[in-house]
Ligand binder design. Structure first.
Ligand code: IMP
Length: 428
C-alpha cells in the first residue's frame, strides 16, 4: 500500500495534470479531494488533448479506479458532459465513483458568483464564475444539497424548497433578478441528472479504505494550489476549498498517518489568474514571453495568466504547510531562451528582509522581490531524456532550487507531451 498526494505549490496551473497522469501509471486509484469544475487539467496523450475538469486524470488508464471525494463540489450537468465527452473518444468512465457526500452546485450558485463579482467592482476576486464559492458557503451554512440527494426526490425537493425560500427574495430584492423555480430545478436535477449519475454515486470513503487494506496504491490529485487555499492562500484572493495536502484528510476521508508522500508541483516560473498579490510578477517583455511560450491561458476560462519569475519565498512556505517530500518542476523548457534566469530568493518590505512568507497580507502586497541571477542555458530542452543530458546551467538552476528550498526535485517537465519529462528517481 502507498499513498501519494500531488499538490500545486503556487497559484494553480502548475501542470499537475501531467504528473498526476504520469504517476497514475503505477497507481490503482486516483482521488480528487477538493474544488470543482473551476479546475482544468490538460493532458496530451499521443498527440490528443484531453481537458478534464471534474473527472480525476487517472481515468485515462483502464486499470485505475477514479474517485471524486466528498470535498469536491459538483455541477452534475458538467459532470455528465465530461463523462459523455470522454466516452465519445473511447475512455471508459464506468469505474468512476462519486461521493454521495459531495455537494451539488446549482444555477443559483453560479448566478451568485457572477453578481457578487460584479458588485465587488474594482475589488473583485476574479473567480472562475462557476459557483464554487457560493456552493461551499452553502455547505458551511448547512443548507447545501449533496449528490446523495439526487437519489431521494422527496428529500431533494424539501431541501431545495427551504433554500429557494431564502434565496429567491434575496435575488429579487438585492440583485433585481427573477426567482429560481423549484419545479424546473427538480426536473433538471432529479429527472435528467439523477438517473444519469445514479450508478456513479456511492461510498467513496469505504472504497478508498478497502483499496488501502488490499495494499493498493492511491494517488490524491489536488486542484488549484497552496496559495489559492482558503486558509493558507492569499485571502481573499483564493478559492473556497483546501487544496493543501491536509485537505486530503477531510476531502477524501483518510487520516494523516496514511499519507506517505507529498509531491509539490512547481512551475519553473509563476503564473496567476484573477486578482491578488504577486510579488515576482513581470509586466514587461519577459512576462509576455512567458505567457506566449508557456501558452499561459486558462484551460476553461481562456483568461490570460499573469506571469513572473520563480518565487522561492513562496516555495519555502509551501514545503512547510504541505510537508512536501519532493518536488516536480514543470515547464522548464519555457525558460530555454531567457538569460539571465532570475529567481526571487527574498522579499523586502519597508526595509525589512523576509526569507519566509510575511504573515500579514498587506506586506505581501508591498513586497519587493530580491532576485538572484542565474545563467540561462540558451538551448532547446524539449528532447532531453535524462538528467545527464541537461545543459550545465539548467542543472545548476534545479540544484539552486533544491538548496534554497531543502527538498529534492524528482521530476522535471520539459514539454507538454506525456513523454516529455525527466525522472530523477524511480516514479513510485
Ligand atoms: P473560484 O475558485 O472560481 O472561486 O476562484 C477563486 C480564485 O481562484 C480566482 O482567482 C481564480 O482565478 C482562482 N482559481 C480557481 N481555480 C483555479 C485553477 O484551477 N487554476 C488557477 N486558478 C484558479
Amino acid at each position: 500500500m502507498s499513498t501519494t498526494v500531488v499538490v500545486g505549490t503556487q497559484w494553480g496551473d502548475e501542470g499537475k495534470g501531467k504528473f498526476t497522469d504520469l504517476l497514475a501509471r503505477d497507481m490503482d486509484m486516483v482521488v480528487r479531494y477538493q474544488g470543482g469544475h473551476n479546475a482544468g487539467h490538460t493532458l496530451m496523450v499521443d498527440g490528443e488533448t484531453f481537458k478534464l475538469q471534474l473527472v480525476p486524470s487517472g481515468v485515462l488508464y483502464p486499470h485505475i479506479t477514479p474517485l471524486i471525494g466528498n470535498g469536491v463540489v459538483i455541477d452534475p450537468v458538467v459532470l455528465i458532459e465530461e463523462i459523455d465527452r470522454l466516452s465519445a473518444v473511447g475512455v471508459d468512465c464506468s469505474r468512476l465513483m462519486v461521493s454521495g457526500n459531495a455537494h451539488l452546485i446549482f444555477p443559483y450558485h453560479q448566478a451568485l458568483d457572477v453578481v457578487a463579482e460584479r458588485h465587488l467592482g474594482f475589488n473583485k476576486l476574479g473567480t472562475t464564475k462557476r459557483g464554487i464559492g457560493p456552493a461551499y458557503a452553502d455547505k458551511a451554512a448547512r443548507v447545501g444539497l449533496r449528490m446523495q440527494d439526487l437519489l431521494d426526490p422527496k428529500i431533494f425537493r424539501q431541501k431545495l424548497a427551504v433554500v429557494l425560500h431564502d434565496k429567491n427574495p434575496f435575488f429579487a430584492k438585492v440583485y433585481n433578478r427573477l426567482p429560481f423555480d423549484l419545479d424546473a430545478l427538480a426536473e433538471q436535477y432529479l429527472d435528467e441528472c439523477g438517473p444519469r449519475l445514479s450508478s456513479y454515486i456511492g461510498d467513496t470513503v469505504g472504497l478508498l479504505h478497502d483499496a488501502l487494506e488490499q495494499g493498493q496504491h492511491v494517488l490524491f490529485e489536488g486542484a488549484q494550489a497552496m496559495y489559492l487555499d482558503l486558509d493558507h492562500g492569499t485571502y481573499p484572493f483564493v478559492t473556497s476549498s483546501n487544496p493543501v495536502a491536509g485537505g486530503v484528510c477531510v476531502g477524501a476521508g483518510i487520516g494523516p498517518r496514511y499519507i506517505d508522500r507529498v509531491i509539490g508541483v512547481t512551475k519553473a516560473y509563476v503564473s496567476r489568474v484573477g486578482a491578488g498579490p504577486f510579488p515576482s510578477e513581470l509586466t514587461d517583455d519577459v512576462g509576455d514571453h512567458l505567457v506566449d511560450v508557456g501558452r499561459e491561458y486558462g484551460t476553461n476560462t481562456k483568461r490570460r495568466r499573469r506571469c513572473g519569475w520563480l518565487d522561492i519565498v513562496m516555495l519555502r512556505h509551501a514545503v512547510r504547510v504541505n510537508s512536501l517530500s519532493d518536488m516536480a518542476i514543470t515547464k522548464l523548457d519555457v525558460l530555454d531562451n531567457l538569460d539571465p534566469v532570475k529567481v526571487c530568493v527574498a522579499y523586502e518590505v519597508d526595509g525589512q528582509r523576509y526569507q519566509t512568507m510575511p504573515y500579514h497580507q498587506s506586506e505581501i502586497h508591498r513586497a519587493v522581490p530580491i532576485y538572484e541571477d542565474l545563467d540561462g542555458w540558451g538551448c532547446d530542452l524539449s528532447g532531453v531524456s535524462a538528467r545527464s543530458e541537461l545543459p550545465k546551467q539548467a542543472e545548476e538552476y534545479l540544484c539552486f532550487i533544491e538548496e534554497q528550498v531543502g527538498v529534492p526535485i524528482t521530476l522535471v517537465g520539459i514539454g507538454p507531451q506525456r513523454h516529455q519529462y525527466i525522472s530523477f528517481s524511480p516514479l513510485s
